[in-house]
Design a binder for this molecule. Structure first.
Ligand code: PMP
Length: 415
């Protein structure tokens, strides 16, 4: 049986998907590459690489400002990406999409505009115990500046969010709930639709961190009911330094700008500046032109996949990986929620995660080890770090098998 023919009726053509990723053919330390670090950053299909090369080779100039041919070509290609993001997340209008450098930038934008303008001392921002640091620190900075309260909703020991605690902590003081769609450290899928409904009933806005959700879940911001949605292009098969913030049009209209500069204005005198309409009001300076075009190519590539097939493939692979890892003596999974995807964090009784990562690397297996920018998750389990294999659309059974064999070597070395 090959990875293209798993036991259930998955029709997803994994061999064809893998053929789109030149890097997967690389030998690493003389071994077949088992790339299991897509949660940190996904590899890039040739369609994305070619879009970037094409831009710099044939269509590159600064956008918006030029009347010349190349500037017009670059502007058309760049602007077309807004509609691609709109389609990806089913936003109502493409002008609800602000290009950013990634999830971190998107969340900071919300903190520094919506947060700074509307939150006052005594207001509460509710976050969860499983947030990435990028959905904690911007709110802490605002807390220290404005005297707001940061309230934390715990998760249960299996990694599922404690929704009873969420309901209990939600109050008329809650102005914003900032929650991840999927935990990068645990793989937990949070019930964001329910969270939005409950938060709205309490009069709070909701920011959903989609960094780990967008590559795996069918995301419809209107059905979800969120107010803000942030994601990174590089986790969705696009280039680094790209991403987006989606926000409801009425919120973007009301939010003050954050970064000042070129392209975000209608007119400037020394006495006064008239700002441009959203999204341009939030996009000061020369943008990451080829990067955004590459992100668009990544979205096109992703949306061209058989999504039902991909869902089945990823679910089957997560189940297979979980089952195979359970065979490794002394291995404990961190994050076993019923609703989870793509992430298989674990610790091993005989070795430190960093040592495990180094030995796996020698066997061609790329995994992330550490706290995954989610130190409160580590604190919950009283551990310093985990080993975190994670899946992308191109991951296959051979990758898991290679991981399990390499873990056998770890056991041999550390007993
Ligand atoms: N949130 C989550 C859940 C993440 O996994 C990450 C990236 N590890 C981020 C936010 C930050 O994304 P970026 O570094 O692309 O801004």
């Amino acid at each position: 049986m090959t990875a293209a023919e798993p036991m259930n009726k998955v029709t997803f053509d994994i061999a064809r998907v893998r053929a789109d990723f030149p890097i997967l053919a690389e030998k690493v330390r003389g071994k077949r590459l088992a790339f299991l670090d897509s949660a940190a950053s996904a590899q890039k299909p040739k369609q994305v690489i070619e879009a970037i090369v094409h831009t710099y080779t044939h269509e590159y100039a600064n956008v918006h400002r030029g009347v010349h041919y190349l500037s017009e070509r670059a502007t058309v290609a760049y602007n077309a990406v807004r509609a691609k993001v709109q389609k990806l997340i089913n936003a109502r209008d493409e002008n609800e999409i602000v290009f950013t450098s990634g999830t971190t930038d998107s969340i900071n934008l919300v903190a520094q505009t919506f947060g700074r303008a509307t939150l006052k001392a005594g207001d509460e921002v509710l976050v969860t115990e499983m947030e990435h640091h990028s959905n904690i620190v911007p709110w802490q900075m605002l807390r220290d500046e404005k005297g707001i309260t940061l309230t934390v909703v715990p998760f249960r020991d299996d990694g599922s969010l404690d929704m009873d605690a969420f309901r209990a902590k939600l109050s008329e003081k809650t102005r914003l709930v900032a929650v991840t769609q999927v935990s990068n450290a645990l793989g937990t899928i949070n019930p964001v639709q329910d969270i939005c409904r409950l938060a709205h009933a309490a009069g709070a806005r909701v920011l959903v961190d989609g960094a780990q959700g967008i590559p795996h879940l069918h995301t419809d911001v209107q059905a979800m009911g969120a107010d803000f949605y942030a994601f990174s292009g590089h986790k969705l098969y696009g280039p680094t330094g790209t991403g987006a913030l989606w926000a409801r049009a009425e919120l973007l209209d009301a939010m003050p700008p954050w970064k000042g500069g070129g392209d975000m204005i209608r007119s400037v005198t020394f006495a006064h500046t008239d700002f441009a309409e959203p999204p341009h009001k939030f996009e000061a300076g020369t943008p990451n032109i080829a990067g955004v075009i590459g992100m668009g190519a990544g979205i096109d590539w992703f949306l061209s996949l058989d999504r039902d097939g991909l869902d089945a493939h990823e679910a089957e692979l997560l189940a297979y990986g979980t089952e195979r890892l359970a065979e490794v003596p002394g291995l404990k999974m961190i994050g076993t929620a019923a609703e989870k995807c793509a992430v298989m964090s674990f610790v091993l009784d005989c070795a430190h995660p960093h040592d495990i990562g180094t030995i796996l690397d020698a066997e061609g297996v790329a995994v992330r080890t550490g706290h995954h920018c989610a130190q409160p998750v580590m604190e919950h389990f009283d551990i310093a770090a985990t080993v975190r294999p994670s899946l992308g659309a191109y991951s296959c059974r051979e990758d898991i098998d290679q991981l399990v064999v390499a873990l056998g070597k770890v056991r041999e070395m550390f007993g």
